[in-house]
Ligand binder design. Structure first.
Ligand code: NAP
Length: 202
C-alpha cells in the first residue's frame, strides 16, 4: 500500500511511519519536515499535497495543534485555532482526500482520551477529540467504494511527558501507541475509535 503519514516525523507519527514502512510505501509529511510539506489547516495546501502524491491507499494523520489552558483563560482565538487545526484540519483530510484515495482505502485520524477522560486545562482538546470520534462514526456510514475512517485515541505519550519534565512511566511509549494505527490501516475496522491502550504492549 502507499500510505501517507501526516506528522510522520512527530512523536507519535514517527514510530507509526516506521512500523508501516516495514510492509508499505510510506510518505512522511510535515509542516517543516518530511518527504512533502503541507499544512493541514489550509485546504489549498492539502489539495496540493494530494495532487502531488495521489493515488494513495491509506492516510494517517498524527498532526493537529491544540491549546491546553484553564477554561477561564481559553479565548475565542484559542478555540478557533484548536478547531481549525485539530478538528477541521483532520476532517478536511478526509473530505478533500476522498477524490484521491483508491478503492478500499482508509483514513486514520488522531483524537485522544480526553474525549472521555477529562483533565483540568483540557476543555478545548476534549471538544475536538470528541468531535473527531463523532465525525468518524458519522462519515463511516456513507463513505463510498469500501473506504474506511477511524480515530486512534492515544493516552499521554511517555516521550511527551518526559519533554514536559514529568514522569514518562505514567504514559504509554509512542512505539506502543503505533500498534493501534497499524490495526486501523491494515485491519477492516470502520467508524471506530481505537483506544491505543487496547493495542500496545502495556
Ligand atoms: N503526545 C501525546 O501525549 C498525545 C496524546 C494524545 C493525543 N495526541 C495528539 O496526537 C497528535 C500528534 O501529537 P505528537 O505529540 O506526535 O505531536 P508532535 O511531536 O508535535 O508532532 C507533530 C507532527 O505533526 C506535524 N504537524 C503539526 N502541525 C501540522 C500541520 N498544521 N500540518 C501538517 N503537519 C503538521 C509536525 O510537523 P513539523 O515538525 O514538520 O512541523 C510534526 O511532524 C496531536 O494531534 C496531539 O494532540 C498527542
Amino acid at each position: 500500500m502507499k500510505v501517507i503519514v501526516i506528522g510522520g516525523n512527530g512523536t507519535i507519527g514517527r514510530p507509526v511511519a516506521d512500523a508501516l514502512a516495514a510492509r508499505h510505501e510510506v510518505i512522511r509529511v510535515g509542516r517543516t519536515s518530511g518527504d512533502y510539506r503541507a499544512d493541514i489547516a489550509s485546504g489549498e495546501s492539502v489539495v496540493r499535497l494530494f495532487e502531488a502524491v495521489a493515488p494513495f491507499d491509506a492516510l494517517v494523520s498524527a498532526a493537529g495543534l491544540a491549546r491546553f489552558k484553564p477554561l477561564g483563560e481559553l479565548t475565542d482565538e484559542d478555540f478557533a485555532f484548536t478547531l481549525a487545526n485539530n478538528l477541521m484540519g483532520q476532517v478536511n483530510l478526509v473530505r478533500l482526500g476522498l477524490k484521491y484515495v483508491g478503492d478500499g482505502g482508509s483514513f486514520t485520524l488522531t483524537g485522544g482520551v480526553l474525549s472521555t477522560e477529562p483533565v483540568r486545562g483540557g476543555a478545548a482538546i476534549s471538544l475536538v477529540n470528541a468531535g473527531l470520534e463523532g465525525f468518524a462514526r458519522g462519515a463511516a456510514v456513507e463513505l463510498p467504494r469500501g473506504l474506511r475512517v477511524n480515530v486512534v485515541s492515544p493516552p499521554w505519550v511517555s516521550e511527551t511527558l518526559e519533554e514536559m519534565g514529568q514522569d514518562g512511566s505514567r504514559g504509554m511509549p509512542a512505539a506502543e501507541v503505533a500498534a493501534a494505527y497499524v490495526e486501523s490501516v491494515e485491519g477492516r475496522r470502520n467508524g471506530e475509535t481505537l483506544d491505543a491502550r487496547d493495542f500496545g504492549a502495556s
